[in-house]
Write a protein that binds this ligand. Structure first.
Ligand code: SER
Length: 317
């Protein structure tokens, strides 16, 4: 069967890279990119269909499903953790109602597979912070976090109730050079590279010692596509899979950058509201279910990620 893939939220940090990767595999015409905003420069340079879509506009969304009859849908439109705390009701509405619209239309239009991203933000202050297991206490205290946790429950529910083949990953903080992150707590780990190349210094909004799980975008895209390609019987988790990535603190990242940009300096701001969010999240993750179920293996450790990031970013900055 030839695939028709709808990516919603294509202009974002994940969407930009995922659309390119899917078009390389399936051909440009098979991948319909869509976003609430007009295509970004990066999106325009990747030829292929583009639709303006607001996931809260049910009529328009229905029309897009009807027009393209997708076999796979990736729903990436969301409000992230930091922006979500400034606009809590809007974040809940977009993250939750948007998901429910997609799940309903996926059932109605018999979409074969749906991907929806969850996050390390589903964990909270009472979750184990080190090697956080797949199943444990989850008491997220950000709107973003509990919208993702509720979303996971809905995904599993649609799988059990309607047989919808929905798959999900709890992404760590994502780091890539092709697109910027949009309002999360882990954004510092992207900004630092831009500032290292532009000015040789960076003021981190997260404090020294703040370890968080992170992942290079190449690994995140490969994980996503490999989860979506896995035979359905290998998928034992229909809520969302833990993915560990690499855990590091701002000073460990800075030290790695200093090896390639000697003289790079990091400083730390105080009283940033994102610190409390970071402190409520895991420091490291156990992803043995992903390894055992669909053979997940990480490729980029910290030095490899930093070298690749700086090598690519310096050509476009
Ligand atoms: N990277 C996201 C954020 O910081 C977490 O999923 O909000």
């Amino acid at each position: 069967m030839s695939e028709k893939i709808l990516v919603i939220g294509a202009n974002g940090q994940i969407g930009t890279e995922l659309v390119m990767a899917l078009r390389n595999i399936h051909g440009a015409e098979a991948v319909v990119a869509s976003d609430i905003n007009s295509p970004t420069y990066a999106m325009r340079s990747s030829t292929g269909p583009f639709e303006l879509v607001n996931v809260l506009d049910k009529d328009n969304l229905h029309h897009i499903f009807d027009k393209h009859r997708p076999t796979q849908v990736y729903l990436l439109a969301a409000i992230l953790s930091a922006v979500g705390e400034q606009k809590p009701k809007m974040a809940w509405d977009l993250n939750m109602t948007g998901l429910l619209h997609i799940l309903d239309f996926a059932v109605e239009f018999k979409v074969a597979k749906v991907f929806w991203p969850s996050s390390i933000a589903v964990f909270g202050p009472h979750s184990p912070q080190h090697h956080t297991p797949q199943y444990c206490v989850m008491d997220p205290n950000t709107v973003y976090g509990f919208s993702k946790l509720a979303g996971e429950r809905w995904c599993e529910y649609y799988f059990n109730k309607y047989g919808l083949d929905v798959r999900s990953i709890r992404y760590p903080g994502l780091i890539g050079w092709k697109a910027n992150p949009g309002g999360g707590t882990t954004d510092y780990a992207v900004h630092i590279f831009h500032q290292a190349l532009k000015t040789g210094k960076y003021e981190s909004f997260l404090a020294e010692g703040t370890a968080l799980p992170m992942m290079y975008m190449d690994d995140a895209i490969r994980a996503t596509i490999s989860l979506m390609d896995a035979p359905a019987e290998k998928i034992s988790i229909r809520s969302s899979y833990n993915l560990a990535g690499i855990s590091f603190t701002p000073e460990q990242l800075a030290a790695e950058i200093q090896k390639l940009i000697p003289g790079f300096e990091i400083s730390y701001s105080e009283n940033d509201p994102r610190q409390a969010i970071a402190d409520s999240w895991p420091k490291s993750i156990d992803d043995s279910y992903a390894q055992n179920d669909w053979g997940w293996q990480l490729e980029y450790d910290l030095p490899k990620m930093v070298a690749d990031m700086l090598g690519n970013l310096k050509n476009i900055i």
